[in-house]
Design a protein around this ligand. Structure first.
Ligand code: NAP
Length: 247
């Protein structure tokens, strides 16, 4: 596991938005950030799941979160701008942005991928993170040392047969990360990095490997050290890096 032990108050006073916060790794990330003192903005497409995470954070006595129901497949530029306005009014800044939500999509030979499936996946996995990041830039600049984290994958770092648009979308996110990181280098205090979580016990992993024993892989809560490291002040100056949640 990534070797980092977060101080209990690591994220005190920070505002962190997590996409796909209702389930899997995003849910664990939101709860872990809140447990370390952050006010988290829970963005996702299924309101009931976001409400369950909200309730869990509130019941634990962590800072009050905010809920943002948004479907990244259909969200338009105005939705992102409206969200930025709301966050500006409520918090005045954004210290962390975790691009976690993603679709797995069809896993088959590229010949067999339907164009509409390709486009749907690129909309959620690539176009939405671009549009959301763009809208959040003024809020990220308003924070003293903001951190943007893109969720990648092993197949986004080395192509593999039958991983289709999912693999290509993760390569695109690595590219988005690198270009954005280079632009911020020396021009702002914003750092931009990617994380490959590795095999993790979630619904997406089960869909990709239905025959696998789920217990073989760690729970999302076990892979949080790298996220806490990147979102807290200990990673100041770390920029443009492709990290792994596990060694
Ligand atoms: P997951 O269990 O499928 O959770 C994905 C989350 O994204 C869910 O909360 C889902 O919302 C949300 N989401 C999907 N489409 C959305 C949309 N159109 N609008 C808003 N939210 C949407 O996946 P996971 O395993 O936690 O994966 C999290 C990230 O890690 C992904 O980027 C994935 O590619 C990456 N990753 C995972 C693994 C692994 O082994 N699990 C390995 C490598 C990389 P609903 O719950 O409402 O559907």
């Amino acid at each position: 596991m990534f070797d980092y032990r977060a101080a209990a108050d690591l994220l005190q006073g920070r505002v962190i938005l997590v996409t796909g916060a209702g389930d899997g790794i995003g849910r664990a990330c939101a709860i872990s950030c809140a447990a370390h003192g952050a006010s988290v903005v829970l963005l996702g497409r299924t309101l009931s799941k976001l409400e369950a995470v909200y309730d869990e954070i509130e019941a634990a006595g962590y800072p009050q979160p905010a809920i943002c129901p948004l479907n990244l497949e259909t969200a338009a530029e105005k939705d992102y701008d409206d969200l930025a306005d709301q966050l500006f009014d409520t918090f005045g800044k954004l210290d962390g942005l975790v691009h976690n939500a993603a679709l797995l999509g069809p896993r088959t030979m590229l010949d067999n991928v339907k164009n509409e499936d390709w486009q749907q996946l690129m909309q959620v996995n690539v176009n939405a993170p671009f549009a959301l990041t763009k809208a959040m830039m003024p809020l990220l600049r308003a924070a003293p040392d903001a951190s943007v984290v893109f969720l990648s994958s092993s197949v986004g770092r080395k192509g593999r047969a039958y991983w289709g648009p999912y693999a290509v979308s993760k390569f695109a996110l690595e590219g988005l990360m690198q270009v954005l990181a280079d632009e911020q280098d020396g021009t702002s205090e914003i750092r931009v990095n990617s994380v490959n979580p590795g095999a993790t016990r979630t619904a997406m992993r089960k869909a990709a490997y239905p025959a696998e024993e789920p217990e073989k892989n760690p729970e999302p809560s076990e892979i949080m050290p790298v996220f806490l490291y990147l979102l807290g002040a200990d990673s100041k100056g770390v920029n443009g890096q492709a990290l792994n949640a596990r060694d």
